[in-house]
Design a protein. Structure first.
Length: 272
């Protein structure tokens, strides 16, 4: 394909993705009442004393247009999630022609795993929302009472979901670096203590609520996923070592030239 044909193909993929996002946003806007009930459920599970209006679970808006704009913002977020299979597929179809067969196979596995891990991180974030809100709003004592706006609450929820979902992609990055021979299993094993310490420091800093429960809810799954990536790296390095032992060039050092003539020349002394 020429450059113009590539650009035309890219434009077509982008238009299809935008159309899917618009459709997903419209669907989310139609069902925004149900989405709001699901989104505010962690806040409603808090004790009534944590709210200014004790008998009601209410999030306020402060402007005339705020109720409409935050509903649009929520619908757009949900529309991006609902349309993700479409725009991810369009991205995949645009990239696939430039990949070899084995690269396509690896890419399918990585894309599927990344989507699953992203969804798992989002679910864990939603489960821990109530604990984080309980910790943050518990400081509203001594004459202080929380009156949350929906915009600030939505920003907090989105931040939590993104932090958890993106952090759960951490083992995929390690496995990818191992597959391209950048990080070996032995090196990862030596770094285990430092990595675990870094995970807990990251969890303490990155979580918006920064409470101990949310930190552990992020750090412990990341440690488990790191252990899983270590197992994958171990199996990959062992399989690669078996292939190297069977190679006729296994005795050559990395900085030596391999012979280019027949097999008998392998018995000769390699030239530095």
């Amino acid at each position: 394909m020429t450059l113009g044909e590539h650009l035309a193909e890219l434009r077509r993929r982008i238009l299809i993705s935008l159309a899917a996002i618009v459709v997903g946003t419209i669907i989310a806007f139609v069902f925004h009442h149900q989405i709001l009930n699901l989104l505010t459920r962690p806040y409603c599970h808090l004790p009534a004393s944590y709210r200014l209006v004790n008998d009601k679970c209410t999030l306020v808006v402060t402007g005339v247009l705020d109720a409409f704009t935050v509903t649009l913002k929520l619908s757009l977020y949900v529309g991006l999630v609902l349309s993700s299979p479409v725009w991810l597929w369009q991205l995949w179809r645009f990239i696939t022609p430039g990949l070899h067969q084995n690269e396509r196979r690896y890419a399918v596995v990585f894309v599927g795993s990344s989507v699953a891990l992203f969804g798992l991180g989002a679910v864990v974030a939603y489960v821990t929302l109530s604990r984080g809100l309980h910790f943050l709003l518990s400081f509203a004592t001594g004459g202080l009472t929380s009156l949350l706006t929906f915009d600030s609450y939505l920003s907090y929820v989105v931040a939590m979901v993104l932090v958890f979902a993106v952090s759960f992609e951490f083992p995929l990055a390690i496995i990818m670096l191992n597959l391209v021979n950048v990080l070996s299993y032995d090196r990862l094993k030596r770094w285990t203590r430092a990595v675990i310490f870094g995970i807990f420091v990251f969890a303490a800093v990155a979580t918006p609520s920064q409470d101990p429960f949310t930190m552990l809810a992020l750090a412990l799954p990341m440690v488990g996923l790191y252990a899983l990536s270590l197992g994958v790296a171990f199996m990959h390095d062992r399989r690669r070592a078996r292939r190297a032992d069977a190679s006729p060039y296994a005795h050559l050092a990395d900085d030596e030239l391999s012979p280019l003539d027949d097999q008998s020349s392998l018995d000769d002394e390699p030239v530095p």
